[in-house]
Design a protein around this ligand. Structure first.
Ligand code: SF4
Length: 170
């Protein structure tokens, strides 16, 4: 079981392809200038499990995108959703305020792309793909190994496709 604020369908902004966005409710991060303060509380979300996704048409979905709030403040839920997504043949992207080095192995084993790090208003930019501030990184699991692809993806749209990454589904 985990708590979510909402699910958004058919989003093209947060991942490479069509994303099903899972908004986790609650965050301990509290970055200054956070744009989702309504998601900080651990109260008021919908307590659910992965069966909630059974009612969605996933035929158009490339990626499950986990954000919030802070997905890793419900890390067991992250693993449950990621395993469900992989069973359906989808990749899993996760946005977190924690740094990659802080993420537990069970989560690393089950997600494919991580955008990590606190949002920092002083490093904010609208000109960086996927990230809110330039201190954040884009890390991709390729053939089972995590690689920092921040500089490859960097500034322009669709660079993700151009680098032809082969995301592992292990
Ligand atoms: S981790 Fe995300 S939701 Fe939490 S305060 Fe930072 S930006 Fe906001």
């Amino acid at each position: 079981m985990f708590s979510i604020a909402q699910i958004t369908e058919d989003s093209l902004m947060e991942s490479d392809g069509v994303g099903l966005i899972v908004w986790f409710q609650g965050c301990r991060g509290l970055c200054e200038g956070c744009q989702n303060p309504e998601l900080h509380s651990f109260q008021g979300g919908l307590e659910t499990d992965v069966s909630i996704f059974d009612s969605y048409d996933l035929s158009w979905v490339d990626n499950f995108v986990l954000l919030g709030g802070e997905p890793l403040d419900q890390s067991k839920g992250v693993v449950e959703v990621a395993q469900y997504a992989h069973e359906k043949g989808k990749k899993v992207w996760m946005y977190t305020g924690y740094s990659f080095e802080e993420i537990e192995q069970d989560v690393l084993n089950n997600v494919d792309v991580i955008i990590d790090g606190r949002y920092m208003k002083e490093y904010e930019s609208n000109n960086i793909r996927y990230r809110g501030s330039s201190n954040q990184r884009v890390l991709i699991k390729i053939n089972g190994q995590w690689e920092d692809k921040t500089n490859d993806i960097g500034l322009a749209d669709n660079v993700f496709k151009e680098v032809k990454v082969n995301i592992s589904k292990e």
